[in-house]
Ligand binder design. Structure first.
Ligand code: MN
Length: 257
């Protein structure tokens, strides 16, 4: 099929670049910290099975310990109570994992509690065109620069409340129910703002988007290397049967002039 050969030629020639949007996974990868009355996720870790030794003389391998929601990961609809009758991560159609993406850049905002509003998206659309049908809205905040420093990344105050940018209740509802996107991708630990536990409803991105059968992508990196429009994203969560999400490798194909 000529289009795939053309793509391979473009990749080889450098006119299409592969940008890795995935954070490295290691024991220090920041994870969400819920208040103590709730159960928290495990941090990522490796435990060695063998390393060219008497446990396995010619091979090295590890068991991995992780939550479904550790590092760059995919939120499936069933992750939230509003989406409990929706898809688990193994049921997400492969066709949904290859999709166009737009980048809304709010990395110049200095307020750590900055919220994306409908009028911000409308303003962006007046410059760049409509949000993509069946595509990702990738929300750039500059937060990826903090991703190797868990304290700065989670940005909790003295009372333990996190201050990280997110999306307002009204905008989350609009993106879920009225916009054509298939999901929202962010650079922060979750799709919702750090303060979203206090919103009405709490965690509106999770509540509205997953409730509408849409998806989330978190802890993305390198959105600065993407154009505002025109990137193609491949988001690849593991097909964990019954899973609410999965660590994912997220790649973007970008045309270079
Ligand atoms: Mn998640």
């Amino acid at each position: 099929m000529a289009v795939l050969q053309d793509l391979l030629d473009a990749l080889r020639g450098g006119s299409v670049e592969v940008v890795d949007l995935t954070a490295k996974l290691h024991a220090g990868t920041p994870i969400l910290q819920l208040p103590l009355q709730f159960e928290n996720a495990l941090p990522f870790s490796l435990s060695e099975i063998s390393r060219y030794d008497d446990r396995g003389p010619a091979w090295y391998w590890n068991n991995i310990h992780t939550s479904e929601h550790t590092g760059t990961h995919f939120d499936a609809p069933v992750h939230w109570i509003t989406g409990k009758d929706g898809e688990d991560v193994a049921q997400v159609p492969p066709r949904s994992l290859v999709a166009p993406a737009v980048v809304l850049d709010f990395s110049a905002e200095t307020d750590p509690d900055f919220l994306l509003e409908i009028e911000h998206v409308r303003q962006w659309e007046s410059e760049h065109g409509a949000l993509p049908e069946g595509g990702w809205l990738l929300y750039r905040t500059g937060w990826d620069a903090r991703s190797e420093d868990s304290g700065a990344f989670l940005n909790a105050d003295d009372t333990g409340s996190p201050h990280t940018p997110g999306i307002s209740v009204e905008c989350a509802r609009w993106l879920a129910e009225e916009s054509p996107v298939l999901g929202v991708g962010v650079e922060t630990v979750g799709t919702d703002a750090g303060a979203a536990h206090s919103f009405d409803p709490p965690f509106p991105c999770h509540s509205f988007l997953l409730g509408a059968g849409k998806y989330g992508l978190t802890q993305l990196q390198n959105l600065a290397l993407l154009p505002a429009t025109g990137a193609l994203v491949i988001a690849a969560p593991l097909p964990i049967v019954g899973g609410s999400g999965s660590p994912a490798r997220v790649l973007a194909l970008v045309e270079r002039p």
